[in-house]
Design a protein around this ligand. Structure first.
Ligand code: GLN
Length: 533
């Protein structure tokens, strides 16, 4: 029998189930276990690749080129090791598989039904990940909340799994403190546990998200109404930093209680390195002002910045390693007149489409001319090339053909293999690709300091359709742009830098996708370091 921990959600979405799952996994690692995590997304899309960031947050890219839910990003940042695309299961994948099987005749003679055929396929996928990953405990976060129509088959599969494997259930619920009442209310939690029980699932633990720690009065109430002992009601109050949650859990011996429930042995958690990092995140007095120039999304009257979450976290990881804290300024590329002159450094992250592009180019120009540290990520590299072509090489009107098809100087153009692509799902240049680095460059030295160069090569993750047009390699280099990293298999520029500047570095890749709290990304580290000077 394998060990499974299902994490469900109640009352409202966005409670941070992903952080709960990641934090619990981090403590299990600290106790000598090898956990892995699966995210279940109940939508019908096969993957998150074609979802707009306003719909579902940032798209995370795995080493093997999966375009997944951003929760996999949280998992990797806490776990410190990569996950494959199989770790994100969607309704689309499950139905696609079952329908294909039916067409092949695999179910010949049978009526193909939601139960058992669809639920069997869900269980097969979960067990498959558990076996392939070699994990000793598999945590499965079920997206959405209990009571949604969409996730009901996943909950049913989880219910069935109880009789086949060693399973425990953690329900993450919300205990609001309405401002006018000033008192924590447990009824929504009671109701959501009741809904779960109607589905045959009796949670073993309830993690209570609340502005504050719950007192005994509320714990007693939840315990009484939900049939859970008080000690298995775990506090998850608002915290200054998400990275503190493993420590908050450990204080309540959450992992120990879970291990007991699963009949697994309990070891002392080794969390001192993690503790030190959290201490810096919370207490350092050093500050650095970093601008991230992007497109920001408003929904109704609210602005969300979630679509750059990996960039923001990678900045934090690098800052912690340098004993400082970032003040992040979200600079709207459509309103670049905004003050950027007080910033210590500027990042232009990835992006798609045409809007806000000129504002980003303006910000890059400002960095280059005023010797302000600059880090360009994917689109950020492409626009740094456009800026340099226009203002240094004298190629007036130079552009990326993604933005202007008819530009006289298409310095950024579609990748040759992308030209005939018709379907938009999972067809970009995706996942890990290596680059051969040039010795003596800033980029080489940074990766070298982190011991990440193997046979002159480094690997980073990608998600793009455009590249630096090889026709312009010569003119850009002649004017002083250094190509610090090139693909070993084609003339594709992966890293650039301007050696005359303090720190002007860009990459076609997304190094933010390989940054974790314990292992920051070399480029972010180098960038923050030069911002501090
Ligand atoms: N839109 C650009 C491309 O497709 C950049 C993509 C990105 O920034 N991830 O190449």
């Amino acid at each position: 029998m394998s060990n499974y921990i299902f994490v469900t959600g109640g009352v409202i979405s966005g409670l941070g189930k992903g952080i709960v799952t990641s934090s619990l996994s981090r403590v299990l690692i600290a106790k000598g276990y090898k956990p892995t995590i699966i995210k279940i997304d109940p939508y019908v899309n096969i993957d998150a690749g074609t979802l707009r960031p306003t719909e579902h947050g940032e798209v995370w890219v795995t080493e093997d080129g999966g375009e997944t839910d951003q929760d996999l990003g949280h998992y990797e940042r806490f776990l410190g090791f990569p996950l494959t695309k199989e770790h994100n299961i969607t309704t689309g994948q499950v139905y696609y598989e079952v329908i294909n099987r039916e067409r092949r005749g695999d179910y010949l003679g049978k009526t193909v039904q939601l139960i058992p055929h669809v639920t069997d396929e869900i269980k097969r996928r979960i067990k498959d990940v558990s076996t392939k990953s070699g994990a000793d405990i598999t945590l499965i976060e079920i997206g959405g909340i209990v009571g949604d129509y969409e996730n009901i088959l996943f909950l049913e599969a989880a219910r069935q799994l109880q009789s086949e494997e060693n399973v425990t259930f953690v329900h993450v619920s919300y205990v609001p403190i309405p401002e006018k009442l000033g008192e924590p209310k447990t009824k929504p939690t009671q109701q959501s546990v009741r809904l779960l029980r109607e589905l045959g699932i009796f949670p073993d633990f309830i993690v209570c998200r609340s502005p504050e720690k719950l007192d005994n009065v509320r714990k007693e109430k939840i315990s009484l109404f939900c049939n859970i002992s008080e000690e298995n009601i775990i506090n998850n109050p608002d915290l200054e930093t998400i990275y503190e949650l493993p420590l908050v859990f450990e204080k309540q011996e959450f992992a120990k209680k879970i291990l007991n429930k699963l009949n697994l042995t309990e070891n002392v958690a080794k969390l001192s390195e993690w503790e030190n990092k959290v201490d810096i995140l919370k207490n350092t007095k050093n500050k650095v002002n970093i601008g991230i120039v992007g497109k920001y999304i408003s929904t109704g009257n609210f602005e969300l910045t979630d679509s750059y979450i990996s960039v923001e976290e990678a900045v934090k990881h690098a800052c912690v390693a340098l004993n400082t804290k970032p003040n992040i300024f979200w600079v709207d590329s459509t309103k670049i007149e905004q003050e950027i002159s007080n910033l210590d450094g500027i990042i232009v992250p990835g992006g798609f489409g045409t809007s806000g592009v000129e504002g980003k180019i303006k910000a890059i120009n400002f960095c280059r001319e005023n010797n302000i540290p600059f880090l360009g990520l994917c689109l950020g590299l492409q626009l740094a090339v456009v800026e340099f072509a226009r203002n240094v090489c004298g190629l007036e009107g130079a552009h990326s053909t993604e933005v202007n098809k008819d530009t006289k100087y298409p310095v950024i153009d579609i990748l040759p293999e992308q030209k005939n692509i018709k379907e938009l799902g999972a067809t970009m240049r995706l996942g890990a690709y290596s680059a051969e680095l040039k010795q003596g460059t800033k980029i080489y030295d940074l990766y070298n300091d982190f011991n990440l160069i193997k046979e002159n090569k480094v690997s980073e993750r990608h998600r793009h359709r455009y590249e630096l047009n090889p026709d312009y390699h010569k003119v850009l280099q002649d004017k002083g742009m250094v190509f610090s990293g090139i693909s070993p298999t084609k003339p594709l520029v992966e890293f650039i830098e301007l050696p005359a500047n303090k720190f002007f570095v860009a990459t076609q890749a997304h190094p933010e996708l390989k940054s974790s709290l314990l292992k920051p990304s070399p480029l972010f580290y180098g960038f923050v370091k030069s911002c501090l000077k």
